[in-house]
Design a protein around this ligand. Sequence first.
Ligand code: PRP
Length: 181
Amino acid sequence: MSTRPYVIDEMISAKSIAARIEDLCREIQKEYEGTDKLIVVGLLRGSFVFIADLVRELDLPIEVDFLEASSYGDGMESSREVRILKDLRGAIEGRDVLVVEDIVDTGHTLNHVTHLLESRLPARLKSIALLDKPSRREVDFKASWTGFEIPDEFVVGYGIDFAQRNRNLPFIGKVRFTEAE
Ligand code: PRP
């Protein structure tokens, strides 16, 4: 897919992300101290970089699983449907589950996934999002832990794409179009 020409301005450096992950992991370790039944669930595709860094910083016995969800509009602005494209490999009943997301925007994806996983009766279900754009929220959802609250900017990098590109940038950048539409 071709896009209008753009440049990417750094918004959150790789160093700041790493420092924030260290802090978050200290909090997460406190929450799960003593448990040996934590499953860390990455939401594909956007969370793949974040979950990789997060789990390597976590000093806990964990398992890792993945779930892929896709959201799409049905023509009505405020009504979004979320489809599960790839489900978890394992059962989560009675387990502690931490869902890892790159960004909470309207909130539909994480809200839907949370309800779905709750119905499978985990012992404890929590979520962590690297980025949160509260000004874009359409459903009342707040992750248990958030890395950074950001304004309504078009962000890419560290797993997040623009037309499937730029996921491999080591930092979070802001897209700036260099030509008028
Ligand atoms: C993006 C992002 C979140 C979701 C957040 O995923 O990774 O999963 O949107 O938006 P929401 O809060 O408005 O639901 P996308 O559907 O672009 O798929 P991807 O993870 O494969 O990039």
